[in-house]
Design a protein. Structure first.
Lengths: 293, 411
């Protein structure tokens, strides 16, 4: 029984962090129909920024979120204006190519600045754990998962309660209709892209503590995050949360009860099966494009 | 002839002359190395994983190659010619590494090759060199399957293949007094052609000696969460863990063991602990204590040229060289010896024959190979002690008399 609870705890802690990392990716797709392949590279960039703040200035990596989030938000806006906006009306495949190219450029730049070597932040609690009735809860995972929940809650409140958030949701559901009622779609897209990249400012800070990383680590992350948002339903924040928790649980359950060797294959097999039953993901909206058209 | 016919003939003649001139120029410049007294630099082609999964050791290997090139150039070059390295980035990808070596040989027409990093990449890369009948000395790539293909031009510039990496460690464990000998062992490993043979070999020998296997599993290279694996190992409660790692996974697993609050009495890990400061920075100094690992090089070794290598490395890059940098430097020494002894770079088969039949002095110690290009020596065994990487075995190469026989935090 202890082993089962332990496995669930690990899965939820991992999944909670995955949810934050995937939230920006799904938000950008939902509003802009852009599959941001550079999302993993933005994540690693934020992890490097956090690492530098920790190693040079001694700032706790999790506290560094208050710096990395606005920095990445501004960076996201800049990237949107310089690269994504010019191809706004191009087919989605163009944005895939563009953002893949961006990822490669970012990887090279990170290699030049920080070197192609493994990095990881090591605050005092990085290998410490809470022990509750035989269950181990790594402190870094608990803090990271808690912060992810706070950031996701803030994001949800912003989207649900603020005028700008409603404009973003309107643009996601029906861009033409949103434009008709006076919403500036270009500005909303820029803001969405910036917020999407801003979320990895927080996510990168968490990654810097939890996992060793190097510039090339973005490949692993983008594959995992795409899997999450496809599972949950592309464009849905709630779907990203559900998909992330399911993937986290699938990984840890496979490692514990099947074999670590299957820890990559089993979660993607789950995604495959879910898509066979629900091709639009668990909570995806199948008719969005039809409505918008 | 006159008119169009004449112009056609003139153009045809011109084209023929241009073709002849091109062929002549190509013959005088390139192909298999050219003459030794041409005065032009000797071009050496290398592809390394400078980005992607293996960028950590790939970058270190590049540093080692660069130090070797600068050293030999400052000494007057190879056969009196300066050495020029043409280094490409294979992004840790098997397809790219093949494309790189094909391009180096066919398009860039390099004179010599040096190997890439990891068995995973050297497997296809060495096949390209073999097909083109070019000497291929590799700084990593000790998987036994590398040497079962009947290759004539492949040589591994370390002391032994992967399946012998843990030999001295096993000897040490089996030589312990009965009360200190582990009774149980766990064998987690990354799915990697180098790491798995090391762990398989250790497991087979320890099982033969009666040490019970209580956990074994292989995880994919994309694994980043090790908490569940560490938790499962903790449940098995082994006295000894032999972990097959590359780098990041080695760090992640050690951190995860600390998080779940478990330390075995004996902990052996492949590759990652030989990463000098990169390793101790990753896991934290206090978590390095008493970790065993196999290693091909130590900065303190009294081998020929080692002191100069370490000094040159420190001057160029700062800090101590990682093992992978030293291995790359040793590749340069092997290549240099073969070329100087044969006296030419034209006949690559002669270079290979020389290496098959002779011992070469390197900063790793003397290296010699069997007919398959597999080295015939023995790895060193290192242990992290008080924040410093020490060599503990064999005794004649040891940098300390102390061997810590209990990892802090173990029962």
């Amino acid at each position: 029984m202890t082993e089962l609870i332990q496995t669930i705890a690990f899965g939820l802690l991992v999944g909670g962090v995955y949810a934050l990392l995937a939230s920006g990716l799904t938000l950008i797709f939902g509003v802009m129909n852009v599959i941001n392949i550079a999302h993993g590279a933005f994540l690693i960039l934020a992890a490097f920024l956090t690492f530098s703040l920790w190693s040079w200035l001694g700032i706790d990596p999790l506290a560094a979120i208050v710096i990395t989030t606005p920095v990445m938000l501004a960076f996201g806006w800049l990237i949107y204006e310089l690269t994504v906006r010019p191809i706004r009306r191009a087919p989605p495949s163009s944005s895939v190519l563009l953002t893949f190219g961006l990822a490669l450029v970012l990887e090279a730049v990170m290699g030049l600045i920080w070197g192609n070597q493994s990095h990881s932040a090591r605050p005092s609690y990085f290998t410490e754990s809470f022990h509750i009735s035989g269950i181990v809860l790594p402190k870094a995972q608990v803090y990271a998962c808690g912060l992810a929940a706070v950031v996701l809650a803030c994001l949800w409140l912003f989207l649900a309660r603020s005028w700008t958030g409603r404009a973003i949701r309107a643009a996601a559901v029906n861009p033409s209709g949103a434009e008709l009622v006076g919403i500036d779609i270009v500005r909303v897209s820029a803001l969405t892209f910036a917020i999407g990249v801003g979320t990895v400012g927080a996510g990168g800070a968490l990654v810097s503590v939890l996992y060793p990383f190097l510039p090339g680590s973005h490949y692993i992350w983008i594959a995992r995050l795409l899997g999450i948002i496809v599972l949950g339903g592309m464009g849905s924040l709630r779907g990203a949360l559900i998909g992330a928790l399911l993937l986290g649980l699938a990984e840890t359950f496979t490692q514990t009860y099947v074999s670590a060797q299957w820890a990559t294959a089993v979660p993607y097999a789950v995604i495959f099966i879910v898509l066979l039953v629900r091709p639009h993901g668990i909570v995806g909206m199948r008719l969005r494009e039809d409505v918008a058209a | 002839m006159s008119g169009p016919t004449s112009r056609l003939a003139t153009r045809a003649l011109g084209a023929l002359l241009a073709f002849a001139a091109t062929v002549g120029l190509a013959a005088s410049c390139g192909g298999g190395g050219g003459s030794e007294d041409s005065g032009e630099p000797i071009k050496i082609g290398i592809s390394l994983p400078l980005t992607g999964e293996f960028s950590q050791p790939g970058t270190a290997a590049k540093q080692g190659y660069q130090v070797w090139a600068e050293t030999i150039n400052s000494q007057g070059g190879l056969l009196g010619r300066q050495v020029e390295l043409d280094i490409k980035d294979d992004a840790s990808d098997q397809n790219t590494v093949v494309a790189d070596y094909n391009a180096l040989i066919s398009r860039d027409q390099v004179d010599l090759l040096m190997g890439t990093f990891s068995s995973l990449l050297n497997l296809p890369a060495s096949a390209v060199a073999e097909r083109n009948q070019m000497l291929y000395v590799e700084p990593a790539g000790g998987a036994p399957e590398m040497f079962t293909r009947g290759f004539q031009y492949l040589f591994f510039a370390q002391q032994a293949t992967a399946d012998h990496q843990g030999d001295l460690f096993v000897d040490y464990i089996l030589g312990l007094p009965e009360k200190d000998r582990p009774q149980t062992a766990a064998y987690p490993s990354i799915d990697d052609p180098f790491a798995i043979p090391v762990i398989d070999s250790i497991k087979a020998k320890l099982e033969d000696a009666g040490i019970k296997t209580v956990y074994e599993d292989i995880y994919p290279p994309s694994t980043s969460n090790f908490d569940s694996i560490a938790s499962a190992v903790k449940s098995a409660d082994p006295d000894l863990i032999a972990h097959g790692a590359v780098f990041d996974d080695g760090i992640g697993f050690i951190r995860a063991l600390s998080k779940v609050g478990f330390q075995p009495r004996y902990f052996f890990e492949t590759s990652a602990p030989s990463g000098a400061e990169q390793f101790s920075n990753g896991v934290g100094i206090k978590n390095t204590e008493a970790i065993f690992y196999a290693v091909s090089h130590t900065p303190e070794a009294k081998t020929p040229g080692n002191e100069d290598f370490v000094a040159a490395f420190r001057e160029k890059f700062g800090g101590l060289p990682a093992e992978d940098a030293a291995d790359a430097f040793a590749v340069g020494q092997v290549l240099q010896t073969a070329v100087e002894e044969v006296g030419s770079i034209d006949d690559q088969a002669a270079l290979a024959d020389y290496l098959r039949n002779n011992q070469v002095e390197t900063i790793l110690g003397p290296l010699e190979w069997d007919d398959t290009g597999a080295p015939q020596g023995q790895f060193l065994i290192g242990q992290w002690q008080d924040g410093k990487a020490e060599v503990i075995l064999p005794e004649e190469a040891a940098t300390t008399d102390t061997i810590i026989d209990r990892r802090p935090g173990s029962d």
